[in-house]
Write a protein that binds this ligand. Structure first.
Ligand SMILES: [Zn+2]
Length: 415
């Protein structure tokens, strides 16, 4: 997609305001931020560029025109293997329970070509269009598909040429122990490079929480991978399973490698139990990802972060056989997280943006993901006064740079 007007590689992203601060020039080399210098008007703006959106020239100098710069957005909980984004509307026809959704998906995914490279590419491009440059995606692994979904996702990621950095969770959507053979598939996925093994409601789906967690932790210890468990179970039942995970994490020495996804129980147990749970999670280095769902008790985001529990934000599935809802706009989801969390102060709104970008580095296996020297050159530009303004409005992404390449501009994906 290289042409004089859309350079594949950026050398200087000039005149941008990282996190709403002073104007700087970001110098890029080999896909990383090589230097951040005060904006120098003498760095030539590309000639003949119209006012308005960022433009560039063949030298790789891209004019940011003073726009607000954020790091590329990080989608810490996605399911890019099973959307019908871009296809004709599919009416939801399953029962509105976890098991009902699983059964509905099993029955109809073949009709939609799920999993398929085209399906996954459509979702990934929609994420990129909205500024997401890194994801942790759960990919279904089950007795019907085996590891085919993971192969499909890898193929789609490769087709985008690195526009999206991804870590994969081998996800047993249909259960683990109740489907003999799935643990072996998860182990095979880990052996083949999946960064994490997933789990699903060990109590209510497998009806054997100790057994499922024993199986997952055994793989994690054997293969050196992480664990990322979907936990929809609320209240005491959910909290009990979080406690089981805390216990195993400490015994296995897997601090920092275990994530609870959703974890509605952490939001809905009584305050005193919540405080104990949050403190224990922090001590065990357990992390959480949320999709900021409407209708569930919000997670205590401030308390979690204060206790050292990193919180990631994700889209979950987008327009799939579980739900017609969802878009690829993670910044709009940061707005939703902020509203559900009743954030009003500027520093809280900045926290929402950090959760959606720099603070999510660990969820995608990065040591640093920010607008600093040494970080991957993943940048999103928006026309906003400051970060709080960007979070509450989620304005159009004027420019998206991933790994030092322009991958989207003004709503058009270039990869
Ligand atoms: Zn999910």
């Amino acid at each position: 997609m290289t042409s004089p007007s859309t350079p594949e590689t950026v050398t200087v992203l000039r005149d941008v305001r990282p996190w709403g601060g002073e104007r700087v020039d970001l110098h890029v080399a080999e896909g990383r931020i090589a230097a951040v210098t005060p904006h120098d008007p003498a760095v030539a703006a590309p000639s003949g560029t119209p006012a308005g959106s960022p433009t560039d020239d063949a030298s790789g100098v891209v004019d940011g025109r003073g726009l607000l710069a954020l790091p590329g957005l990080v989608n810490a909980h996605a399911h890019v293997d099973k959307s019908w984004w871009g296809k004709p509307w599919v009416s939801y026809g399953g029962e509105a329970t976890t098991q009902g959704r699983i059964a509905h998906e099993r029955a109809h995914r073949d009709e939609l070509g799920i999993p398929g490279v085209d399906v996954t590419l459509a979702v990934l491009r929609e994420l990129v269009r909205h500024g997401t440059t890194a994801i942790r995606t759960h990919v279904d692994v089950d007795l019907g598909l085996g590891l085919r979904g993971i192969e499909v996702v890898r193929e789609a990621l490769a087709a985008l040429g690195g526009a999206v950095h991804a870590e994969i969770v081998a996800f047993p959507q249909d259960g683990v122990l109740r489907r003999p053979g799935v643990l072996d598939l998860l182990d095979a996925a880990a052996a083949a490079g999946a960064e994490h093994v997933g789990g699903l409601d060990p109590a209510s789906i497998d009806r054997d929480p100790v057994g499922q967690l024993d199986g997952l932790f055994a793989i994690a210890e054997r293969r050196g991978v992480g664990i990322d468990v979907h936990l929809h179970d609320g209240g005491d039942l959910g909290a009990f399973q979080v406690e089981l995970m805390i216990d195993r994490t400490l015994r296995a020495g897997l601090q920092g490698k275990v994530n609870v996804a959703h974890g509605f129980a952490v939001g809905d147990v009584p305050a005193s139990r919540q405080a104990d749970l949050v403190a224990a999670m922090g001590e065990a280095g357990i992390t959480m990802t949320t999709v900021a769902p409407i209708g569930a008790a919000p997670l205590p985001v401030h308390a979690l972060r204060a206790a050292g529990v990193a919180v990631g934000l994700g889209t979950d599935g987008i327009r799939d056989l579980w739900s017609p809802y969802g878009t690829g706009d993670l910044l709009a989801l940061a707005t939703q997280l902020a509203r559900l969390s009743r954030f009003r102060y500027d520093e809280e709104l900045v926290t929402a943006a950090r959760i959606a970008s720099s603070d999510a580095a660990r969820f995608v296996g990065r040591a640093v993901h920010d607008l600093v020297v040494g970080a991957p050159a993943d940048v999103v530009l928006v026309d906003a006064e400051n970060v709080p303004d960007a979070v509450v409005r989620a304005p159009r992404r004027a420019l998206v740079v991933a790994g030092g390449r322009v991958v989207a501009r003004d709503g058009d994906v270039l990869v």
